[in-house]
Write a protein that binds this ligand. Structure first.
Ligand code: SF4
Length: 245
């Protein structure tokens, strides 16, 4: 018999099954990448490409996200990223026009210094424009943005505006496309599982503090990462090494 409860349960089972399929597929691709053997940076770039293809494949499934170029409410909050994603961003800064690159570097340092005295909750509730936002409110390193930025989306610009204008209000909620969320999280978990199983440092760092260090001493950070050690010595750790999130 089909009642409301069993329809909801069926949908949950379908979502779980779909998520598992995406995760297993991404896991297989990421394993192949690790066997290449790539640097953490190359594996991450390939993961970003696969991720973009999955996003394209999800177009039209569920409600369309309200996100668009120039809407940057979500780019004023605390972002965390693992070392190899920080290196991808550091390389992207190197490809920016020199004036823009110098500006971004200065803003990274200023944001890192400002966040230094804050705990995670205070930082999350303190609107701080990301160092990569340009004058039009667009991400100047969009193709290289961290996985946490990629996963984020919203079905309502009004929800985001409300959350942005009242950061202290912890009851604010952003509506999401559940199918897209399941696909995005599953894809990331497949990739993440391979990293956790390998010897690399998988800690997540506060983006500004990690980037400041990666820009100041790129060789030392990458050497430590390649040797399986913590890539950064001063950056703020948000999620410890080995955690599956
Ligand atoms: S890296 Fe780009 S997408 Fe992520 S918060 Fe900064 S401006 Fe926004």
């Amino acid at each position: 018999m089909t009642d409301e409860k069993s329809v909801v349960a069926d949908k949950d089972v379908q979502a779980e099954k779909f998520g598992l399929e995406v995760m297993v597929d991404e896991y297989a691709c990421a394993v192949a990448d690790q066997q290449a053997p790539p640097t953490g940076v190359e594996a991450t770039r390939r993961f970003y490409k696969r991720y973009a293809l999955r996003q394209e494949a999800m177009a039209g499934v569920g409600e369309e996200p309200a996100c668009g170029k120039g809407c940057s409410y979500c780019c004023h909050t605390r972002v965390s990223a693992p070392a190899q994603e920080v290196f991808v961003l550091a390389d992207a800064i190197g490809r920016l026009p020199p004036e823009r690159a110098a500006e971004v570097r200065a803003r990274v340092s200023a944001n890192a210094a400002r966040a230094e005295g804050m705990d995670a909750a205070t930082h999350s509730r303190t609107p701080m424009p990301c160092a990569f936002l340009d004058e039009q409110g667009a991400c100047s390193v969009y193709d290289d943005r961290p996985s946490n930025c990629r996963r984020y989306h919203s079905l309502s610009k009004a929800d985001c505006e409300k959350s942005f204008s009242r950061p202290e209000d912890l009851t604010s909620r952003i509506r999401l496309n559940t199918s897209l969320l399941v696909a995005n999280v599953s894809s990331y978990l497949g990739y993440r599982k391979v990293l956790v199983e390998s010897a690399v440092d998988t800690s997540f760092f506060e983006l500004n503090s990690a980037l400041r260090e990666a820009l100041a001493d790129p060789e030392a950070c990458r050497e430590r990462f390649d040797a399986g050690q913590p890539a950064f010595t001063d950056a703020t750790v948000c999620v410890p090494n080995g955690t599956m999130i």
